[in-house]
Design a protein around this ligand. Structure first.
Ligand SMILES: Nc1ncnc2c1ncn2[C@@H]1O[C@H](COP(=O)(O)OP(=O)(O)OP(=O)(O)O)[C@@H](O)[C@H]1O
Ligand SMILES: [Mg+2]
Length: 231
C-alpha cells in the first residue's frame, strides 16, 4: 500500500479576476517508508502541494489518498481529526503555541489523540526522548520566545513526529539550522521514517537535505517533473 497518493491534483487560487494555477495536474505516489525531497523555485507550488497532501487545503481538481483513506471529499471536521491522528507537519512559519513550553508543545499533540493516564505517561516519555534526540534536552521548559530560531524549528520537528504519524510533511525544516544541526535533524527524521515506516515529503532548497532522501521531485510553475535519483 502507498502512504500517499496524489492523482492529477490541481489547485487554482482566485485572486481578483485572475486565476493562479499554483499546482497543475500533479501526480505522485509515496511508498510506506519513503522519504522524498520536493525542490523548486520560490512560488512554484511546494507549500500548496504539501498542504493538499496533508488535508490542509482542498484541491480544485484531483484526488488525495493518505494510506487507505481517500480524504478528497472530507469535511473540515473530518480533516481535522484525520490530520491529528495520521499526519505530522512542520510549517515554513514554525508556529509553536507561544504560551506553552517546548515540552508542552510536543505533549499537546499527544493529548489531541487521547489516551488517559498511561497514554500521558507514554507521551511524556516520547516527548523527552525526542527533545533529547533533537539536542533540546535542557530546553524543555523554555517558552518559544526563550528559544533561538533553530531551536524553535527543532521543537516543531519533534512535534510533527510526536504521534508517530504515517505521513510527515516538512516545509524547509532545516532552513534555520547550521550544517551540523541540519544533518542531525535529517538523521533523526530518516531514522523515524525508516524505523517506523513513516513516509515523508520534505520541501527544501538544501543539498544537504536531499542527500538523506530516497528520491527528489522537482516542481516548476506548479508542474511536477519526473523523479530523478537523489545524489
Ligand atoms: N492563498 C493564496 N491566494 C492566491 N495565491 C496564492 C495563495 N497561496 C499561494 N498563492 C500563489 O500560488 C503560487 C504557489 O505558492 P506556494 O506558496 O505554494 O509556493 P512555494 O513553492 O511554497 O514558494 P516558497 O518557496 O516561496 O515558499 C504562488 O504564485 C503564490 O503567489
Ligand atoms: Mg512555501
Amino acid at each position: 500500500m502507498s502512504a500517499l497518493r496524489l492523482e492529477a491534483v490541481s489547485k487554482i487560487y482566485q485572486s481578483g479576476d485572475d486565476e493562479i494555477v499554483a499546482v497543475d495536474d500533479a501526480t505522485m505516489v509515496l511508498g510506506d517508508d519513503e522519504m522524498v525531497a520536493l525542490v523548486g523555485p520560490s512560488g512554484s507550488g511546494k507549500t500548496t502541494l504539501i498542504s493538499m497532501a496533508g488535508g490542509l487545503l482542498t484541491p480544485t481538481r484531483g484526488r488525495v489518498t493518505v494510506g487507505a483513506t481517500d480524504i478528497t471529499d472530507f469535511s473540515g471536521k473530518e480533516l481535522t481529526r484525520f490530520r491529528a491522528e495520521n499526519i505530522g507537519f512542520v510549517f515554513q512559519t514554525v508556529n509553536l503555541v507561544p504560551f506553552l513550553t517546548a515540552r508542552e508543545n510536543l505533549l499537546v499533540v499527544g493529548e489531541l489523540s487521547g489516551g488517559g493516564r498511561a497514554g500521558r505517561k507514554r507521551a511524556g516519555a516520547r516527548a523527552d526522548q525526542l527533545l533529547e534526540e533533537l539536542g533540546l534536552g535542557r530546553r524543555g521548559s523554555n517558552l518559544p520566545a526563550q528559544l533561538s530560531g533553530g531551536e524553535r524549528q527543532r521543537v516543531a520537528v519533534g512535534r510533527a513526529l510526536m504521534n508517530e504519524p504515517d505521513l510527515v510533511l516538512f516545509d524547509e525544516p532545516t532552513s534555520a539550522l547550521d550544517t551540523q544541526l541540519g544533518e542531525q535533524v535529517m538523521a533523526l527524521i530518516r531514522s523515524e521514517v525508516k524505523g517506523r515506516g513513516t513516509a515523508a515529503v520534505i520541501v527544501t532548497h538544501d543539498q544537504r537535505v536531499t542527500r538523506y532522501c530516497d528520491r527528489v521531485l522537482t516542481i516548476t510553475d506548479g508542474r511536477l517533473a519526473e523523479p530523478v535519483a537523489a545524489s
